[in-house]
Design a protein around this ligand. Structure first.
Ligand code: 3H9
Length: 697
């Protein structure tokens, strides 16, 4: 008979095996009802003379995926996860964890405290707490090295890297991989344990196996580079070291104390914010959650240039056939060569086999016309940024495709409504703004137009996920979200040079903040010719000062095209390392003299505030205009696509931590210093400050 001990845990006694089934959708997080239910299950196992062993398994799509993130920051109701784990560990009868889906964080810690672990062949196991700025706080750090050794435990704990069932069995993290039905296999496994004398196996009784201590310092160095500025990975290494030198109980207390302290840390709050914001970004206003996406079986991409080729690769990699349409044979031939070269690189790096490349190339059709579009359910145009050219392509696509096929534009700055107006089925139309290189960049800005049908919006989000991207739905606005905010940072970086800063000072401040690369080193990487051309496309909309601030053009004219010519904002040595160049100082000094701009001492604080507050203010303008739906969406865009450090939560979250009142004061100061047209606070900032609120209150 099933005994429901809490809303989330049910018990069944099958012969002499007690089965505890956790059912807490969507991911069986260890919320209060689960914790209380597991304690009740251990009580029953200990007190029921008929029960000789227990199996813990989960209903639904996964084993427990960790502590309930929504409970963090609130007073945690007893029993705490640590108490649950202690009860499992101390139980006098064996317990088998039977895992499927993803056993993560606290979920894996539950399993580690059981005597035996078995899993479905497709299950994955991980301790992703560091990705939330936390540490496994309920035994993950003290038990994993005891079970599998420090070397295998390090990447799991310090980087949150999940492992497969095969890997887990090889290292000893799990005992057995189930064949057939997991529940049946777990019951048979438990019956064998009982027949064998119901022996207990406590991970807490094991010693940490000997290991090479140099591994710890190597990990510290690698993690400092990979997770620059993040505290949790470094602390994880310290705690692994502590756990190998400290008695189990004391080590477990220290582990919990460290995790608890991190829950309250600004970095963890920021990382948890991004986790939640990424999921919220998938929910689109006006699109009910049960909206069925349209089926996409085949894709067409128009324009075999850099963007079109990258977009085609994205779909081929996701297993969809692609028709790539060009307007002359040369560009198609070039596309074929470049795509093969990109795949060749993957083969060289061991990421793909020749057979996979052949399959993908066989799924690619290169064509000069729109005739072969039968069965195409989604077409993306990636032709020149010219309204008339794009309109022409869109209407050709509309004629060639079936009535429910989705047509998307990859425009970066043209008006989405003007493009929609050229179509007779605008409900099928939207934007899909990929970033270069499209096959690498995670961010995908999907753009909704007024008439886009809800199931088209749902399809674009679903497709984004299928491509392994982070899709964020944005609205009509000039330049959309990422580029538009970036352009404000770039503007200020340029103005700061005019006012007296050096490229290296600006880059140092922004990389010190946490960006992987500064704007000027990035420009040198992209190429000054490309930067100058991009500037020309925007020049009509620029203010007089922006037009006059033509440093990019001057560098390009001087042949300083960046890394590729050995000089740009920096001078590059033979190893490709950039150095400050007196010639750039001279060019800047001459520019200031010509423009009559006095050079002044610029502080690091001014650089940071002008570059980043300008972005925050633009984000607020975008929210005012409906260009972005939520401040969290902007944070997802910037953390997934443009190098904003994840542990600082994105520009809007960061702004709230500083306080909007302080930001508004600074914006007012820069209105006086730089100009009202650049720094007038957005309405949203004004109203939120007046109400004493932040973006997220
Ligand atoms: C921890 O365990 C600390 C302990 O060591 C110590 C404590 C003292 N809690 O991602 P999805 C929700 S820290 C609450 O779209 P998928 C999620 O918000 C935790 N809710 O699905 C979403 O809700 P909604 C360590 C959670 O199939 C829904 O579930 N664990 C949690 O693509 C579906 O999520 C982790 O860090 C949670 N822990 O991926 C695991 N997890 O539908 C974090 C998810 O309302 N989770 N939700 O938007 C994941 O990595 C993925 O969610 C998972 C499923 C792989 C499980």
């Amino acid at each position: 008979m099933t005994d429901t001990v809490t809303d989330a845990v049910a018990l069944d006694l099958l012969g002499d095996i007690l089965v505890a089934t956790v059912d807490n959708p969507p991911v069986n997080a260890l919320s209060h009802a689960v914790r209380a239910g597991l304690v009740a299950a251990v009580d029953r196992l200990e007190n029921d003379g008929d029960a000789r062993a227990m199996v813990i398994l989960c209903a639904g799509r996964t084993f427990m995926a960790g502590a309930d993130i929504r409970e963090f920051g609130k007073p945690m109701q007893d029993p705490q996860l640590g108490n649950v784990i202690d009860r499992l560990d101390a139980c006098g009868k064996p317990i088998v964890a039977a895992m499927h889906g993803t056993a993560l964080g606290g979920g894996l810690e539950v399993a580690l405290a059981c005597s035996y672990r078995m899993a479905d062949p497709a299950a994955r196991f991980g301790l992703p707490e560091v990705t939330l700025g936390l540490l496994p706080g309920s035994g993950g750090i003290v038990r994993t090295p005891r079970l599998i050794g420090v070397e295998a435990a390090l990447p799991m704990i310090t980087e949150g890297r999940p492992v497969s069932a095969d890997h887990a069995q090889k290292t000893g993290l799990i005992d057995e991989i189930a064949t057939g039905d997991l529940r049946e296999a777990a019951l048979a496994f438990a019956a064998r344990i009982v027949a064998d004398g119901a022996k207990l196996r406590r991970t807490s009784d094991l010693p940490v196996p000997e290991y090479d201590r140099a591994l710890l310092d190597q990990a510290r160095t690698t993690l400092a580079r990979k997770y620059k500025g993040q505290n949790a990975p470094q602390q994880a290494v310290d705690l692994i070291e502590m756990a190998s030198d400290t008695a189990f109980r004391e080590a477990a207390h220290k582990e919990f104390a460290a995790c608890k302290a991190l829950v309250a840390s600004p970095q963890s709050k920021a990382l948890r914010h991004v986790f939640v914001a990424e999921r919220a970004a998938l929910k689109i206003d006006g699109v009910p959650r049960d909206t069925k996406p349209r089926e996409v079986r085949k894709v067409a991409v128009v324009g075999p240039g850099t963007m079109g080729r990258g977009i085609a690769i994205c779909f081929l990699d996701a297993g969809l056939p692609v028709v790539l349409i060009g307007n002359n044979q040369d560009t198609l031939d070039k596309a074929d060569t470049v795509i093969r070269k990109i795949y060749g690189g993957q083969v060289k790096r061991g990421r793909m086999s020749e057979a996979q490349v052949n399959d993908r190339m066989a799924a690619l059709t290169l064509t000069l016309d729109y005739d072969g579009l039968d069965g195409v359910d989604l077409a993306i145009e990636a032709v020149t940024e010219d309204m008339d050219v794009k309109k022409d392509v869109l209407s050709k696509l509309e004629q060639a495709l079936h009535d429910r096929a989705i047509i998307a534009t990859n425009t970066s700055f043209l008006d989405i409504e003007a493009l929609a107006s050229s179509l007779s089925r605008p409900e099928n139309f939207a934007g899909m703004h990929f970033f270069n290189p499209a096959n690498v960049m995670k961010l995908l800005e999907n753009v909704r137009a007024k008439a886009t049908a809800p199931d088209v919006l749902a399809t674009m989000t679903a497709i984004g996920r299928k491509l392994g991207k982070t899709p964020v739905m944005v609205g009509r606005s000039e330049g959309f979200v990422a580029n538009r905010m970036l352009s404000k940072r770039s503007r200020e970086a340029q103005f700061l040079l005019e006012d007296g800063a050096t490229p290296q000072q600006v880059d140092r401040v922004l990389t010190g903040f946490g960006f992987p690369i500064g704007p000027f080193a990035l420009a040198d990487l992209a190429g000054m010719d490309i930067m100058a051309a991009a500037r020309q496309t925007r020049i009509a909309g620029m203010t007089q000062r922006e037009r006059d601030c033509d440093i990019v053009d001057q560098l390009a004219a001087a042949g300083r095209l960046g890394r590729k010519t050995g000089s740009g904002y920096y001078l590059y040595d033979e190893e490709g390392k950039g150095h400050p160049d007196p010639a750039v100082e001279e060019l800047l000094a001459a520019h200031r003299t010509k423009r009559g701009l006095p050079q002044r001492e610029i502080t690091d604080q001014e650089i940071l505030e002008r570059c980043l507050y300008a972005m925050v203010n633009e984000g607020a303008h975008l929210l005012d205009e409906g260009g972005a739906a939520r401040p969290g969406d902007i944070d997802v865009i910037w953390t997934s696509g443009f190098g904003w450090p994840r542990h600082l939560g994105g520009p809007m979250f960061w702004a709230d931590q500083i306080g909007l009142a302080k930001i508004k004061d600074a914006l007012d100061t820069y209105c006086a210093l730089v100009g009202d047209q650049y720094f007038t606070p957005a309405n949203l900032i004004e109203t939120r400050v007046a109400e004493g609120r932040g973006f997220f209150d």
